[in-house]
Design a protein around this ligand. Structure first.
Ligand SMILES: Cc1ncc(COP(=O)(O)O)c(C=O)c1O
Length: 396
């Protein structure tokens, strides 16, 4: 590709980062190798001293992983990207490499369970102070960031109730407090929201979700300025070892080619379903960022390019009713994953958020009546019929 020309993300997702071998293959090559050989002992010595730049070991670098990192960085508009073995490895490495004893982190409290556990259990054990705030409340951010902090961590939209954080306002407050702004952008995807446009320093992903999109492999990504990602975080990653497998990187690289088609279609179907349920099932409360009834609809329209493929529903009748609803479905699978081509549904109270104590769950507003639907690529009409089967069972 012409490096001096700017291409549309749809083109970058298919073309960027390609590094063909001497065989000139069409599809990106899978370099399934842990190590590399040297033509001479001197070449090995030069590689280790840094006099020559080449692959030495796949914990540090691998040609297939490099192709994926380059493609991801261009899609995000970031200077650098490092892939990791999972989304949690990306989140943890970002925090563990940039924070030290005595530092302070402020985060939105509506977080994926394992991120919540890192902030409330692991970092405090190392003398890092963490404060969780209501991410939707700007005055709570102002109060928490009136004292210096080293990192702000947010997830927007949040899992499972799709709460939003105002990226522009909170990034400004974070920077005033001296903190790096880190955004978990999983629910929006790189195509649905661009936190760096608002000044975010780092963006992290569970590539396991929409980026794979077919429920096959785990992966994570950390994106941002080279001085953070390559100089600090990469050193931590290659010494501690949460490297992505070249095979997983290859699967993700090929999946990026269809990311925009998949995410556009899933978000359009999700929007249609959310509207349908809101109009036809008056006893179900629907939460979807691009529905006017979402409490932060204006913000969703400002900072998101689509409403996401995830819908939160609150059903009357609590856990028993939710279980009847889920068990009646014939197309949509019961699963705690999301972003998949297959529509997936779960009951967060008893699965993804069951490890939170009752107080934290209540603060997040997650009740026994909530279900989370990740809309896939099936036909919208079939999905609505399936959901209406669940709705009928709800009344049983
Ligand atoms: C918002 C969010 N962040 C991080 C993760 C962790 O990703 P992984 O399961 O790839 O470790 C998840 C997984 O569900 C998630 O939903």
């Amino acid at each position: 590709m012409n490096k001096n020309k700017s291409y549309h993300p749809d083109t970058l997702a298919v073309r960027d980062g390609v590094n063909r071998s001497p065989f000139d293959e069409t599809a990106e090559a899978l370099y399934l190798t842990s190590g590399y050989v040297y033509g001479s002992a001197q070449e090995a010595a030069d590689a280790f001293s840094g006099d020559i730049d080449r692959f030495v070991y796949s914990r540090y670098g691998n040609p297939t992983v490099t192709m994926l990192q380059e493609r991801m960085a261009l899609l995000e508009g970031a200077e650098a990207c490092r892939m990791t073995a999972s989304g949690m490895a990306a989140v943890f490495a970002t925090m563990a490499s940039l924070l030290k004893t005595g530092d302070r982190v402020v985060a939105s409290r509506a977080l994926f369970g394992a991120c919540h556990a890192i902030l409330t259990h692991i970092l405090p054990q190392w003398g890092i102070q963490t404060e969780l705030v209501d991410g939707t409340d700007l005055s709570a951010w102002e109060a928490a960031l009136s004292a210096p902090a080293q990192m702000v961590f947010v997830e927007t939209p949040s899992n499972p109730l799709l709460e939003l954080v105002d990226l522009e306002a909170v990034t400004e407050l974070a920077h005033k407090a001296g903190a790096l702004m880190v955004v978990d952008n999983v629910f929006a995807t790189p195509l649905g929201q661009n936190p760096m446009k608002y000044g975010a320093d780092l963006v992290v992903y569970s590539a396991t979700k929409h980026i794979d999109g077919h429920g096959r492999v785990l992966g994570g990504a950390i994106l941002g300025a080279a001085e953070l990602v390559d100089e600090v975080i990469f050193k931590f990653l290659c010494r501690t070892g949460p490297s992505i497998s070249p095979f997983n990187a290859w699967v993700l690289l090929k999946s990026l080619e269809s990311l925009s088609l998949r995410v556009d279609r899933m978000a359009a179907t999700a929007s249609h379903i959310a509207t349908y349920i809101e109009q036809n099932c008056p006893d179900i409360t629907v939460r979807y960022p691009w529905l006017e009834s979402h409490p932060q609809y204006a913000l969703a329209k400002k900072q998101m390019h689509h409403g996401s493929n995830v819908i939160a529903l609150e059903l009357p009748g609590g856990q028993a009713a939710c279980f009847r609803f889920l068990d009646a479905l014939n197309v949509i699978d019961i699963s705690n994953n999301l972003g998949d081509a297959k529509s997936l549904i779960c009951h967060p109270f008893t699965t993804t958020h069951s490890n939170l104590d009752a107080k934290d769950r209540a603060l997040l507003g997650i009740t026994e009546g909530h279900i989370r639907l990740s809309v896939g690529l099936e036909h919208g009409g079939d999905l609505i019929d399936d959901l209406m089967t669940g709705y009928t069972a709800l009344k049983a």
